[in-house]
Design a protein around this ligand. Structure first.
Ligand SMILES: CC(C)(COP(=O)(O)OP(=O)(O)OC[C@H]1O[C@@H](n2cnc3c(N)ncnc32)[C@H](O)[C@@H]1OP(=O)(O)O)[C@@H](O)C(=O)NCCC(=O)NCCS
Length: 176
């Protein structure tokens, strides 16, 4: 099957839990600035149960709110799913706050550790860009740590035009 962008769905519960265990093993739950890290801290172990997972899916589905120190921002979360296999996630923030303009950008993504280096992040970012452009985000700001070679390649392969480096973050703009 071909992986697709999907709204968060209870269909992938088992593989989602396996993926979250992989992210925890990487220490993502200790990362203060990661949305995934925040979810791992907030929802583990609640999302182990069917009811807890359904509540999580409801919370992140549709247009949710990304609570940031400099203001709340509407955000859409997509999962990258192959059948019932959860492979990763990508989020689109509908507008920038001053700190997002400096460092965070419009888009955040992560591929589960056991599915990396198979082109998923590149395909996922490419697939979400039309959605961002339809929201009127033009151009899209995508940033990454300067040491994150994989993410840098992903952004460049999706047409990111480098603007500058601010506090160890590389900033790229992607136009429709
Ligand atoms: C960064 C990340 C999303 C890349 O996901 P991925 O699915 O492995 O990426 P892709 O397979 O699409 O790789 C794109 C390119 O980067 C290269 N690449 C990926 N990871 C790499 C790494 N760790 N070191 C060097 N190159 C890497 C791939 O080989 C590929 O290059 P190619 O097109 O020349 O073959 C993934 O490692 C991840 O989730 N990391 C943790 C979270 C994170 O850093 N998110 C990004 C925040 S900006």
């Amino acid at each position: 099957m071909t992986p697709l962008l999907s709204a968060p769905t209870i269909r992938v519960h088992a593989s989602f839990l396996a993926a979250m265990a992989e992210f925890r093993a990487e220490g993502v739950h200790r990362s203060p600035h990661s949305g995934l890290g925040r979810d791992l801290r907030t929802w583990h172990p609640r999302w182990q149960s069917a009811e807890g997972f359904a509540a999580y899916v409801r919370q992140v589905g549709g247009v949710a709110t990304d609570e940031r120190p400099d203001g709340p921002v509407p955000m859409t979360t997509f999962w990258w799913v192959d059948g019932t296999e959860y492979l990763g996630r990508i989020t689109v923030r509908h507008r920038l706050t001053p700190s997002l303009r400096e460092f965070g950008g419009h888009i955040g993504y992560a591929v589960r550790p056991t599915a990396r280096r198979r082109g998923h992040a590149t395909a996922m970012l490419r697939a979400v860009l039309p959605y961002a452009h339809r929201l009127g985000i033009e151009p899209v700001l995508v940033t990454c740590d300067e040491t994150n070679t994989g993410s840098r390649r992903v952004i460049e392969e999706c047409g990111g035009v480098f603007e500058d480096r601010r506090a160890e973050k590389l900033r790229y703009w992607i136009s429709a």
